[in-house]
Design a protein around this ligand. Structure first.
Ligand code: DGJ
Length: 551
């Protein structure tokens, strides 16, 4: 290991030359590399030349070690993931300044390949949940070179100042060395994406109040920020322009600008898709200063992050809000046309599992519950008490249903054909509307109802005992759909003009089956009791291909 470290340290010494030669070589995106494609209705993650659906899960923060990975893989296998999100710790990667130890990257690469999954690597650098907890000791102990941010009352806060050139340079060098190593060690593209920092921002304070930060805070707001925030004609310093929101927006500007520089240097070496994740603020109420992670890529600061981070492909929400209104509001806030969307973290308690199809219906190319390993740690109450078969089951069912058609789904999502529903405990039916198809307005909508028996019922949907239902409907053609669900009933309504006689839905055929290597294989036809009362899904992992007409 020591030899390995020294060898790699020599590489690091050559770093400026390596970087310079790469800058010239990497001006265009290599189409073989995983990359983001923006030519479809929704941006897609392209892997091996085709849209990819990330069936993900993230391990706990302290699990990426030789000692603990054996307790990660069984949970990942039980879930049926195709992608594992794993941290890379700055303190372990650069234990001594300028001397890099890539063994933790190589460990993850080797084990991911053995388990036949892709990786998303999470760079725990200057910020991990807003703090410098993962900074190496030589950073932590040198507050002069690597200053902490200052709080309003002049005390130090446990978050790095985003205005320190030495911290930015050190993180940039480490991140670039990580990307350089990936470029060399991962020709098979096991790693699909890299997360730059983790939930960057600052808890407990609204911004850095160091003298340098205060000086900048009194300067006119940069034009790029004004334009991004729809205030192109405004003039003034941060308080004058943004009032009570000034601190949060100022810190967002400072942190996003910093991260963009780290990302830009890294992608020049190796242009994998890069993203940042956000500790979201309350999506249903205007968050007050101090009540959320200041400077984070929260919904109302997204325009600033987007404008300041051209080197970042996507800005994603970590969703630990199990109630229906909040969860779906966050999906809407981040599934924006410019934002290649996926959910990099969500709670691992069973209450979260039924949001998978809703995320797909918002155009997500991936979804990843957090803390999915058996290292014995639980992040309850935001997650499950324990990671056992019962906890994993609803998440595993999600992935079992879609795994055989994962590539098809990713392509359908790119074409905006996918709609999803998550059971709302307060409203027990949901109508799904579809995009125009073949240049014509959609001819059908779908109604999902929850808590219905599989046979008949004249009563309105009562909802399931627990809100665990979900449904996914894909418009394959004007009168053809792919349908699946969990504890849900799905039916269709013809969208015909009022004067039209033939307005009632008739099943032309309902075929259960699955995709095998890109081809639909039917196994049986549903009819009689199985279709007379809608298409009723339990926890049986069934996928139906449905053709409709009217009478
Ligand atoms: C969000 C962070 O990004 C994760 O690393 C983890 O700390 C969870 N919160 C809480 O378990």
């Amino acid at each position: 290991m020591l030899g390995r470290m020294l060898g790699f340290a020599r590489c690091a010494v050559l770093f400026p030359a390596v970087l310079a030669s790469s800058l010239a070589a990497q001006t265009s995106v290599d189409s073989i590399l995983p990359h983001i494609d923006r030519t479809g209705a929704h941006p897609a993650l392209i892997v091996d030349g085709a849209p990819f659906l990330m069936l993900g899960a993230q391990m706990n923060n302290s699990s990426a070690f030789t000692a603990t990975l054996p307790r990660v893989w069984p949970a990942m296998e039980e879930l049926g993931v195709n992608t594992v999100e794993a941290p890379i710790y700055w303190e372990k990667f650069e234990p001594t300044e300028g001397s890099f130890d890539p063994s933790s990257i190589d460990l993850l690469l080797a084990q991911a390949r053995t388990h036949n999954v892709h990786l998303v690597l999470l760079w725990f650098g200057t910020w991990k949940n807003g703090s410098p907890g993962y900074a190496p000791e030589w950073v932590k102990l040198d507050g002069k070179r690597f200053p902490l941010a200052v709080s309003k009352d002049g005390r130090q806060s446990f978050s790095m100042s985003p205005f320190a050139p030495a911290t930015l340079a050190a993180d940039t060098r480490a991140f670039t060395t990580l990307m350089q190593h990936l470029k060399e060690a991962d020709p098979q593209h096991t790693v699909l994406m890299v997360q730059v920092e983790n939930e960057a921002g600052m808890w407990g304070n609204t911004r850095d109040f160091s003298p340098q930060a205060n000086r900048l805070f009194e300067q006119p707001v940069p034009k790029a920020v004004l334009t991004a925030m729809g205030k192109a004609d405004a003039h003034g310093n941060w308080s004058e322009v943004f009032g009570a929101d000034a601190d949060g927006y100022f810190h967002a500007w400072a942190v996003s600008r910093y991260i963009n520089q780290v990302a830009e240097a890294g992608r020049r070496v190796y242009p994998l898709p890069l993203y940042v994740n956000a500790a979201v603020s309350d999506p249903l109420h205007k968050a007050t200063p101090g009540s959320f992670e200041s400077g984070a890529a929260v919904a109302d600061a997204l325009p600033i992050w987007h404008a300041m981070c051209p080197a970042i492909d996507a800005i994603e929400p970590d969703i630990y809000l199990p109630d229906h209104a909040s969860y779906t509001a966050v999906l809407t806030q981040y599934a924006l046309p410019w934002n290649p969307f996926f959910v990099p973290e969500t709670g691992n308690a069973p209450a979260y599992a039924h949001y998978f199809f809703a995320a797909l219906g918002h155009g997500a190319f991936g979804w990843s519950p957090f803390g999915m390993d058996q290292t014995g740690y639980s992040n309850a109450p935001i997650g499950a008490e324990k990671i056992d078969t019962e906890t994993l089951a609803p998440f595993a069912l999600n992935y079992r249903i879609v795994a055989p058609m994962q590539r098809e789904l990713a392509q359908w999502n790119r074409e905006d054909r996918v709609r999803g529903s998550a059971e709302n405990p307060d409203v027990h039916t949901e109508t799904l509307h579809f995009a125009p198809v073949d240049g014509q307005p959609a001819r059908w909508s779908a109604t999902v109802s929850y808590g219905m028996p599989t046979f008949y019922s004249s009563k309105p949907a009562p909802g399931n005992a627990k809100p665990e239902g979900e449904a996914l409907v894909v418009q394959l053609g004007p009168d053809e759909f792919l349908v699946t669900g969990v504890h849900a009933r799905v039916d269709f309504n013809a969208l015909v003009p009022a004067n039209e006689q033939k307005s009632q839905r008739m099943w032309l055929s309902v075929e259960e089956g699955s995709y095998e290597q890109g081809k639909w294989k039917g196994t049986r036809l549903w009819n009689g009791d199985q279709t007379d009362y809608g298409l009723n899904f339990t926890s049986a992992a069934q996928v139906l291909r449905v053709r409709l007409t009217t009478f």
